[in-house]
Design a protein around this ligand. Structure first.
Ligand SMILES: C[S@@+](CC[C@H](N)C(=O)[O-])C[C@H]1O[C@@H](n2cnc3c(N)ncnc32)[C@H](O)[C@@H]1O
Length: 285
């Protein structure tokens, strides 16, 4: 069984970037009444205690969501995400952090659908107890990479896919690229959000370029890539330097929202003097 548990990492800087982007994309989807389907291929547990042993062991949220809590100068897209974290906590104290299924569930309307895949039995159980009884939500304890394409395209032809593997297995890099290509071949207008780790590892360094090349030809409305570099590798070259978000068919408003937010996030979440960001886009008509 895989060892990765998102409870160790919930609310870290990577979640902040990923969930700010997810919330901005879903807000845009909600501008039209027509139903859409969200498919989350690697859903996790759906919500995490920040007071648990897991969260405290590495204290990653302290360099992520905790640095945003109580700030009154948040850029609007970040404030939107933090507002949902506040709703999830039901108060002013930061005790819990929502996972991607919870952010989606807070934003979806009665006509929309949520499809969740989580392969770890414990996280699947927690997720099922939280969202399993909700209307229009389906949860499967199976491989999200293979379960993805049968969900597409939805009858309304409006869809958002989140591909957020742990990359614990090196094969996740190739599977992520293949999944993006399969989705866009089936459904060229689908908005696909991919989370990517920034590591000193060949597969991680190559994946953004490979996603861009695929989306360049397959995505009707182009692609966007946003990266935050916040930390340094250790002496052996290990450690998460930062992360990025790749979006195929991004909403046209997403570039400007991230352009306004990334400099602020870089300054606020920096763990070394060389912290920096990058925002690129391409493809489309
Ligand atoms: C990075 S975490 C997901 C975090 C979640 N998307 C969020 O933003 O809150 C990755 C999750 O994928 C699960 N997982 C790993 N391989 C999987 C697979 N092939 N299919 C479905 N889930 C998988 C892991 O157990 C883990 O809970």
């Amino acid at each position: 069984m895989l060892a990765y548990r998102h409870a160790f990492h919930a609310g870290n800087h990577a979640d902040v970037l990923k969930h700010t982007t997810l919330v901005a994309v879903l807000r845009h989807m909600n501008l039209k009444d027509k139903a859409y389907r969200v498919v989350d291929t690697h859903a996790g547990a759906g919500g995490y205690s920040l007071q648990s042993e897991y969260a405290h062991k590495r204290g990653e949220y302290e360099h992520g969501i905790a640095r945003l809590w109580g700030r009154d100068d948040l850029p609007a897209p970040v404030a939107d995400m933090v507002g949902l974290v506040r709703d999830f906590n039901g108060g002013k104290e930061l005790r819990q952090y929502p996972g991607s299924p919870a952010f989606a569930h807070m934003l979806l309307r009665p006509q929309d659908q949520l499809r969740l895949f989580e392969i770890h039995p414990t996280d699947h159980k927690i997720l099922a107890s939280y969202l399993g009884e909700q209307p229009n939500v389906e949860i499967k304890m199976s491989d999200g990479f293979t379960g993805l394409t049968p969900q597409l395209p939805p009858p309304s032809r409006r869809g958002v896919v989140l591909i957020d593997p742990s990359y614990e297995l090196k094969s996740d890099y190739a599977k992520t690229l293949a999944a993006l290509r399969e989705v866009l071949t089936l459904f060229a207008e689908c908005t696909v959000i991919v989370w990517l780790p920034q590591l000193q590892l060949l597969e991680a360094a190559q994946l953004p370029q490979r996603l861009k090349a695929s989306a360049e030809t397959l995505a009707k409305k182009g692609w966007l890539h946003a990266q935050l570099t916040l930390s340094q590798a250790d002496a052996r070259g290990f450690g998460l330097l930062g992360s990025s978000i790749f979006v195929a068919n991004p909403p046209h408003t997403l570039h400007d929202k991230l352009k306004d937010s990334l400099p602020w996030l870089t300054t606020t979440l920096a763990q070394f003097d060389g912290a920096r960001h990058r925002l690129e886009r391409g493809g489309g008509a």
